[in-house]
Write a protein that binds this ligand. Structure first.
Ligand code: ADP
Ligand code: MG
Length: 366
């Protein structure tokens, strides 16, 4: 069992990195606490596998330290780190039976055969592999092979953490759900730190208590699914989480707030003062489709929009609206009246977020 601390960690695959763009992992500090069920969520190429490989020791970071329970492990080889890693594509010994594949890590540890047997049977039962124990791995389907691969990660008692790198990619969608439930159950049963890499927000939210969202080699937010939804710390989190994602508009600072195409959006004095002092011109506001208030007639603080498109999704509708030349999405619940042609939108203050250089500007009072 271990807490995994990534301290001033950075990694470049280039021998002589020249700029930030040469780094697959930009300098970060991050702690995975002992016993947590975590997801590492981000698009392809953002550095997820690089980060896992650094934790397991397959890759040596170019800068910074990896600490397990406060002890530096940079120089410790992967086989001595007590970390199990499950990859996107199954790693099994084709010529061995399923039983022998599962027993392999335990035999390496020189455990007694009777102990090995009970452990193998326990894991086989959880993963429903018992009927296949005598089969040669080469005769298994891709799904079954991946279950064996996961089983080999789970069978050891001595692991400090299990890292899953998009393990369900090759798994049939129906089974995916079931296996994810199983992983969660295993997590609850054994209290092992688990880091589950995925590019699928639903997969992340169903597995993890806390999600690290990664973008461009950085962890841009580490929070519960609810925190990521309600207060995205970075425009990427706003855009990536949610369906559809957050509306994000380019704006300019103006007296009392921000404006775009002649539309003025007031902001609290504290935020205005912040904007007065900040040198950046990269200013955005964000609001989720779920939080936009829509009405058929003009009300105080509302903006008139043209209704461009209505998508009926059964229990709710997604409206596409033209607000002064910007297309925005708003969610309308089943019982709400559907505006015809024109709609009036307003942005409740608590859900309107301000971003400077893509990061959230938080108000002290919140
Ligand atoms: P992810 O797992 O999120 O898809 P990776 O960690 O595989 O992302 O890759 C992060 C970045 O590092 C990408 O730009 C990728 O092209 C680059 N990269 C990954 N592996 C190597 C490698 N062995 N050599 C050079 N560049 C690499
Ligand atoms: Mg990857």
């Amino acid at each position: 069992m271990a807490e995994i601390h990534l301290k001033s960690l950075a990694h470049s695959y280039s021998a002589q990195p020249r700029s930030a763009a040469d780094y697959a992992i930009r300098e970060m500090d991050h702690i995975w606490h002992q016993g947590g069920a975590y997801a590492l969520l981000g698009p392809s190429g953002c550095g997820k596998s690089t980060l896992l490989n650094i934790i397991s020791g397959l890759l040596s970071p170019s800068e910074g330290e990896v600490l397990f329970d406060g002890q530096r492990v940079n120089e410790i080889p992967p086989e001595e780190r007590n970390i199990a890693q499950v990859f996107q594509f199954p790693v099994v010994y084709d010529s061995m039976t399923v039983y022998d594949n599962l027993a392999f890590p335990l035999r390496n540890m020189k455990l007694h055969e009777s102990k090995i047997r009970s452990k193998v049977l326990e894991i086989a039962e959880i993963l429903e592999l018992q009927p296949l124990l005598d089969k040669k791995a080469k005769n298994l389907t891709a799904d079954e092979k991946q279950k064996v691969s996961m089983g080999r990660g789970l069978v050891r008692d001595d692991v400090s953490a299990i890292l899953f790198d998009e393990p369900l990619t090759v798994i049939d969608p129906h089974l995916k759900w079931k296996l994810r439930r199983k992983l969660k159950q295993i997590h609850e049963q054994f209290n092992i730190t688990m880091v589950y890499v995925t590019h699928d927000q639903l997969e992340a939210a169903t597995f993890a208590d806390k999600i690290a969202v990664m973008y461009g080699g950085q962890i841009v937010q580490f929070g519960t699914p609810r925190e990521l939804f309600e207060a995205p710390n970075h425009t990427f989190v706003g855009y990536f989480i949610g369906s559809p994602g957050m509306n994000i508009l380019d704006v300019k600072s103006c007296q009392g707030g921000v404006e775009f195409n002649g539309v003025q959006v007031p902001l609290d004095a504290e935020l205005c003062q912040f904007l007065d002092e900040v040198p950046s011109n990269n200013i955005k506001i964000g609001i989720r489709p779920e939080f936009i208030h829509i009405s058929n007639e003009t009300i105080k603080g509302s903006y008139e929009c043209a209704v461009i498109h209505i998508e009926d999704l059964g229990t709710y509708k997604i409206l596409t609206l033209d607000l002064a030349g910007n297309l925005i999405k708003a969610r309308l619940d089943e019982d709400q009246q559907v505006p015809e042609g024109r709609a009036y939108v307003s942005f409740p203050k608590q859900w309107l977020k301000l971003y400077v250089d893509e990061f959230l500007v938080e108000e002290a009072a919140q």
